[in-house]
Design a protein around this ligand. Structure first.
Ligand code: NAD
Length: 285
């Protein structure tokens, strides 16, 4: 068991699997397609979209980029989504968040055909996940599950503690762990005695957005630690990225731990490609 969980390596493995499956579909004359919609010019969003399009090309998924100006109104965006819903060449639809403030994000996400909802944010998919049905699930927690399965093998019966209850990471993460038969504790900014709760975790997943908040004495010896946090901090040599876990402090205490960067980060895009493939298969029946 390697102590440092290598998200780069596991994500390459996922991408290789997707690429092989896409090639098989292509032999039947089918090429999965992913539509990526970006509204406005947020620099971080532009980078994310570019990376998604590049990864898609690498695995043989056709991607179609739709760039709309920042002042796009909600009805034109909804009209585009309806067109993409109807387009049989489009298997996955991803709307890059955040959207400009004038647009109701929830209304837009709900307009996406749940079978094409590769981010897994549609209420029908959220509900399906909570009922344990096979649905498209959010990419970051799905990536964490893949890392955990590869690290721990069987997860059944383990106590997992998830720190953070966002709709994008914390809540779906808790649902996936529950589906894997873990006992799940979900803690958040209002939780009391959070350190004690974390110290009882066999699996600790941190999705908070607070640099190096989780220290050595929060970790049960031998726990597996998954750090979703991506925080930019000021260092002597300029800025650098750190997680929600104090990696160096926790390293000796944990059985295995994801680094930041190079842990959960690369898994998210890989799972997006996996979801696009899954969506294409679901639409083919
Ligand atoms: P969010 O801000 O939506 O949610 C943060 C959660 O942390 C909230 O539920 C809040 O209750 C909880 N929280 C805040 N302060 C806390 C405290 N002191 N103690 C306990 N809980 C506390 O954030 P998010 O979207 O879930 O993202 C969390 C982190 O993960 C961020 O650093 C983000 O950049 C990162 N992230 C990474 C990926 C990726 O790797 N691809 C994807 C999404 C988010």
């Amino acid at each position: 068991l390697a102590k440092r969980i290598d998200g780069k390596q596991v994500s390459s493995q996922v991408l290789a699997e997707v690429s092989e499956a896409v090639q098989q579909l292509q032999q039947q004359g089918i090429q999965p397609g992913l539509a990526v919609v970006l509204v406005g010019e947020d620099p971080a969003s532009q980078v994310y979209v570019r990376n998604k399009v590049l990864r898609a090309a690498e695995v043989g998924i056709r991607s179609i980029e739709h760039r709309l100006p920042a002042d796009t109104d909600e009805s034109s965006l909804l009209a585009l989504i309806e067109t993409l819903n109807q387009d049989p060449q489009v298997n996955g639809i991803l709307v890059q968040l955040p959207l400009p403030a004038a647009i109701d994000e929830n209304r837009v996400l709900e307009a996406i055909d749940p079978l094409k909802d590769v981010d897994g944010f549609h209420s029908q998919n959220v509900g399906g996940l909570s009922q344990g049905r096979e649905v498209l699930t959010p990419c970051t927690p799905a990536g964490c599950m893949r890392l955990l399965r590869q690290t721990c093998g069987e997860l059944s019966g383990l106590h997992a503690v998830v720190v953070g209850r966002s709709n994008i990471v914390g809540k779906p993460m808790a649902a996936l762990l529950l589906q894997a038969d873990c006992s799940v504790t979900l803690v958040h900014s209002r939780s009391r005695d959070i350190e004690r709760l974390c110290r009882d975790a066999d699996i600790l997943v941190a999705a908070v957005g607070r640099p190096q908040m989780i220290k050595r004495d929060w970790i049960k010896p031998g726990a597996v630690v998954i750090d979703v946090g991506i925080n930019r901090i000021q260092a002597d040599t300029g800025t650098r990225l750190v997680g929600d876990v104090d990696y160096d402090d926790v390293y000796d205490q944990a059985a295995a731990i994801t680094p930041v960067p190079g842990g959960v980060g690369p898994m998210t895009i890989a799972m997006l490609m996996q979801n696009t493939l899954t969506a294409a298969r679901m639409q083919l029946g």
